[in-house]
Design a protein around this ligand. Structure first.
Ligand code: SME
Length: 161
């Protein structure tokens, strides 16, 4: 059964108000907690960060403990990192190299997070429902990532010691 998408315009305004610190660690933690609370039928929401070249390292998240690290060459998150394009997967079990962190996950949405033309990380959403994410959800979550980027000064994690 299809569920109605939340009011993403309202969520964008609420997230904008919530992210008031310009501290990237606070804002990544707040953003994934907010999405987990406000978007129905999710079992995992979180950031993977590019802290080494071609590798995604687990960042702030909500849900069960997760796989770490993820190379750019693997999984749905890796595909988003390589292509810098949002990945919307109706059935993760149909993806040969899908990385199953939580067996409850059946569909997935991964949005790249860019900093000055370089991939900074990805925001990953998992759902126990097949085909949970519509085009409207994709546009809505991309809008929330845009709000996060407007409100947050991202450090160059690749340059950090
Ligand atoms: N399923 C993802 C891995 C991350 S977890 O879902 C939290 C993937 O295939 O990239």
């Amino acid at each position: 059964m299809a569920s109605t998408a939340p009011d993403y315009a309202l969520l964008a305004r609420q997230l904008d108000a919530l992210l008031d610190s310009d501290d990237w660690l606070v804002n990544t933690a707040q953003a994934c907690a907010f999405i987990m609370q406000q978007v129905a039928e999710l079992n995992w929401v979180g950031f993977y960060l590019q802290r080494q070249p071609e590798l995604l390292t687990l960042g702030p998240f909500q849900g069960k403990s997760a796989c770490n690290p993820i190379p750019f060459s693997k999984g749905v998150c890796g595909a988003a990192a390589r292509s810098r394009q949002t990945q919307r997967v109706d059935d993760v079990h149909a993806i040969a190299d899908h990385i199953a962190c939580d067996a409850a996950s059946n569909s997935e949405l991964v949005v790249p997070v860019m900093r000055e033309g370089t991939l900074w990380g990805v925001l990953d959403l998992d759902s126990p429902r097949h085909a949970r994410f519509s085009e409207e959800d994709q546009a809505g979550i991309e809008r929330l990532v845009a709000v996060f980027l407007e409100r947050t000064t991202l450090p160059d994690l690749l340059a950090a010691p």
